[in-house]
Design a protein. Structure first.
Length: 106
């Protein structure tokens, strides 16, 4: 697995449900901090263009701010309509004061 350093941990929003959006190559990635750890997803809702990093996080899901589609933070699976297609999940970790992500196979 190839890891890419994307941001200092201090850039991630303060406290639980902190989020940030960043470019990784040609992709936009949203990173979320919850009580369970760090999670990363493609930052574009699969229903209609909207940044997931601007959505509300609760119960292991992020809700798109535009139409309310919900996605599982661990897998990117759709957990609430109107979206019907998942978004890609990324591996995420904090190490040495930095946030790192890696594209998951698939």
């Amino acid at each position: 697995m190839e890891w890419e350093r994307i941001a200092a941990e201090s850039e991630l929003g303060a406290g639980v449900n902190g989020a940030l959006s960043t470019a990784v190559g040609h992709d936009r990635v949203a990173v979320f901090r919850t009580d369970e750890g760090l999670f990363a997803l493609d930052d574009v809702c699969s229903h209609e263009y909207s940044r997931l990093s601007e959505g509300e996080v609760a119960e292991g899901q992020v809700a798109c701010a535009k139409h309310g589609s919900r996605f599982d933070l661990r897998t990117g699976a759709v957990t609430g309509f109107p979206a019907t297609r998942p978004v890609r999940a990324w591996a995420a970790k904090a190490e040495g004061g930095w946030i790192w992500v890696s594209r998951l196979p698939g």
